[in-house]
Design a protein around this ligand. Structure first.
Ligand code: 8Y4
Length: 274
């Protein structure tokens, strides 16, 4: 796949809908029920204008239980196979495990979204050999403890340097620069202030010369600032998404696809009128 599959190679931002296929995300009446529930949710996001669907089988929330590669594959592969039959857009696999990357791409996934930026064992080599685009995300620490006093010399500079190093490692490993995206990793080992510094300076990441993905939807950077529980974070999520567009983000990873698609339409119109 190349990026031209969506929206003229990111001339305008695209919407990536989040599809969690962890057992807690759907009431569990067994494997068939959860595949069916996931497909329903994917179809709704596609109808609402999603250009990409990001499928994840492991929760990266602080305190979440680790999942084996086998279990993750059992969760995501049937959903990818079923969705592939009816969806021409981009299917992204959200994983940090090499085995899951292979199984997902063999099942029809188009790209890899790795919150560990291909640093886990075998991930870099596997992604290179699969010949698919990759999204490299910054995280400080590991999910269990990453929010215990995150510290940076300069969050924007530190994250930028990390992403540059991972781009270099990918290119060294044989991944074409045309197949690389980056993401500052909002909420992954960042204080509230760090997150807003990254948002304010998101435009700087364009100097990396690859598309930038932003994932702020419903995160605590919105909930904490506004004192809102997850169901009440839509307005804040849209505000952050619009700022990300203004600051040059190419991909918005979101839960609320319909509302974010409207936002992108307004952004595009404002950009294209005289
Ligand atoms: C409420 C809603 C509370 C969402 C927490 C969350 C990113 C990502 C995640 C991201 C990329 C999440 C897999 C965390 N976030 N991938 N994945 N960028 N590339 N938490 O920001 O959504 S999972």
């Amino acid at each position: 796949m190349d990026f031209s599959k969506v929206s003229h190679n990111f001339q305008t931002p695209v919407v990536m809908g989040i599809l969690n296929v962890t057992p807690d995300s759907f009431s569990d009446g067994g494997q068939f029920d959860s595949v069916d529930a996931a497909l329903k949710q994917a179809r709704q996001m596609i109808a609402d204008g999603a250009n990409m669907i990001d499928i994840g089988g492991e929760s990266t929330r602080p305190g979440a239980q680790p999942v084996s590669a086998e279990d993750e594959i059992t969760r995501v592969v049937p959903v990818i196979q079923a969705l592939r039959k009816e969806f021409d857009g981009v299917i992204s696999i959200d994983t940090n495990k090499a085995q899951v990357m292979s199984a997902a791409v063999n099942a029809g996934a188009d790209m890899i979204n790795d919150v560990c930026a291909l640093q886990q064992s075998g991930a870099l080599e596997t992604a290179a050999s699969l010949n698919v685009p990759v999204c490299l995300m910054h995280m400080q620490g590991e999910p269990r403890t990453m929010q215990d006093n995150p510290t940076y010399e300069s969050v924007v500079g530190d994250v930028y340097d990390f992403l540059q190093q991972r781009i270099d490692a990918c290119v060294q490993a044989g991944i074409s620069i045309d197949r690389i995206m980056v993401d500052p990793g909002f909420g992954f080992g960042k204080s509230l202030e760090h997150n807003y510094q990254l948002l304010k300076h998101l435009n700087k990441f364009q100097y990396l010369n690859v598309p930038v993905l932003a994932g702020m939807s419903r995160k605590s950077m919105i909930g904490k600032l506004l004192d809102r529980d997850t169901p009440e974070r839509l307005a804040g999520s849209l505000a952050c998404a619009m700022l990300a567009c203004v600051k040059g983000a190419s991909i918005l990873r979101v839960h609320d696809v319909a509302e974010t698609s409207d936002l992108v339409t307004i952004f595009n119109q404002t950009n294209s009128v005289e």
